[in-house]
Design a protein around this ligand. Structure first.
Ligand code: AMP
Ligand code: GLY
Length: 424
């Protein structure tokens, strides 16, 4: 088979690494990819939102399957684009159509979905510029802190946790009337704050059948001890000790099954990943959000734990017989440390030469933001490279990933040295 992966981050590096191991994968292409994906396949210089360019490439290269990494092309309807075009409608796309992608693309849509299908979540209401006064009346009723969420995609920045009522009032005005996040905040979800520990749960579905992939914990803050600004994710660990069989069963019964059944009863066809971001509140799971794709940097810890042929699983999604496929998950522990550029998550350094990769002892290297310049690999993104170690126990995995990260150098290099140690 010829497979095209869309995206250019650490998630797509981990996908490319895993797909390239399958006997079913003949040619692997990644658009646009990065210095790491180029080791497992051929990078193609096409943007993930250039649907026409992707179509032409797919036709010219006899692509048999498209795996979509990030949310943007899904929310913008890449799957519908394929289905609506006679020339490419036969090529399966892994990732939901625009309607299903609303689970991530619109917080209001996803909150209504959770409510309609009785999925446990924080109390919330949605407001617009026209209903600002009602929003003001609602704010004091849900306790502090108050969570404000821009309805649409806002590059991961659309969630505000306000510590005082005054701050929440001010931010609500900023979002609704001053378009703080542009169009994305023309609707705002005001939500109760959930106290607990977060978990990322991943489901692969063909629309009828599903498999629960390994779950993971993500570390979002830039600073050690979970301090400082939010980032795209500074590291991840899988499995997560508190997500034991009993807790996962609660998630499956209260969230996964109602989600799959809810999509069906709403008439939404969904083939792809469902990422459930949830809070463990005293042993009970509460939904924070859905994403319509895999997580990054969770994928870097999840892929190495999947022992089955990943291409075969994706074929199960495409062909609607995922129930006939076997998912074997390793008992080993994967730890991922994300190395970032100096300055990230603010304005960050770029084009810095990276050295030391040959000194990595026992970890995978998943590039996230890098490119090849002659015979040098240089940084290009805020998140530069993920170091993932798969070991028999958590302590060894954490220690090895952290030690191996320290073997790589570039100007401004930074990574957290405490990823996962809170779980021991
Ligand atoms: P998002 O941009 O939707 O991924 O949300 C960013 C982060 O905000 C989440 O990963 C949580 O850490 C936090 N968050 C969102 N909603 C809530 C909530 N209701 N209670 C507590 N934390 C939340
Ligand atoms: N790591 C969180 C995300 O991918 O959204």
């Amino acid at each position: 088979m010829n497979i095209l992966v869309l995206g250019s981050g650490g998630r797509e590096s981990a996908f490319a690494w895993k797909l390239s191991q399958s006997e079913k994968c003949k040619n692997l292409f990644i658009a646009p990819g990065n210095a790491g994906t180029g080791q497992y396949g051929t990078n193609v210089n096409i943007k993930v939102t250039d649907f026409e360019g992707i179509k032409q490439f797919a036709l010219a290269n006899a692509i048999n399957l498209v795996l979509v990494g990030p949310e943007e092309p899904l929310v913008k309807g890449i799957h519908d684009f394929f289905l609506n075009d006679e020339q490419i409608k036969h090529i399966p796309v892994i990732g939901p159509q625009a309607e299903g992608a609303q689970l991530e693309g619109s917080k209001d849509f996803s909150k209504q979905f959770m409510e309609r299908h009785n999925i446990p979540a924080a109390a919330s209401k949605t407001f617009t510029r026209e209903t600002l006064q009602e929003g003001f009346d609602y704010l004091p009723t849900i306790g502090l802190p108050i969570v404000l969420k821009a309805d649409g995609l806002a590059a991961g920045k659309g969630v505000l946790i306000c510590l005082s009522l005054e701050e929440a009032q001010q931010e609500l005005i900023e979002m609704l009337t001053n378009a703080k996040f542009g169009d994305a905040s023309s609707k705002v979800v005001v939500e109760q704050f959930l106290q607990g520990i977060e978990l990322s749960v991943f489901v692969l579905t063909d629309g009828t059948n599903y498999k629960m992939l390994p779950s993971a914990k993500d570390y979002k803050r830039i600073g050690e001890g979970d301090t400082g600004l939010n980032t795209g994710g500074m590291g991840s660990v899988s499995p997560v000790p508190f997500a034991d069989a009993e807790f996962l069963k609660k998630i499956e019964d209260r969230m996964v099954i109602p989600t799959i059944e809810g999509l069906k009863s709403d008439g939404i066809s969904y083939k792809g990943f469902i990422f459930i971001g949830l809070m463990n509140c005293g042993g009970d799971p509460y939904m924070i959000e859905y994403n319509c794709r895999m997580g990054d940097p969770e994928t870097e810890s999840v892929m190495p734990r999947i022992e089955s042929d990943f291409v075969d699983l994706l074929l199960g999604v495409a062909e609607g017989n995922l129930n006939e496929k076997e998912l074997i998950i390793s008992n080993k522990v994967a730890a991922t440390v994300m190395m970032v550029a100096g300055g990230y998550p603010g304005e960050y350094l770029k084009d810095k030469a990276m050295t030391g990769m040959e000194n990595i002892r026992d970890s995978y290297i998943f590039h996230a933001g890098s490119y090849v310049d002659g015979d040098v690999i240089k940084t290009s993104g805020g998140r530069v490279i993920a170091i993932t170690s798969l070991q028999n126990d958590m302590f060894t995995a954490l220690q090895q990933a952290t030690a191996d990260a320290a073997r790589i150098y570039y100007d401004g290099m930074y990574f957290r040295k405490d990823i996962g140690f809170d779980l021991l």
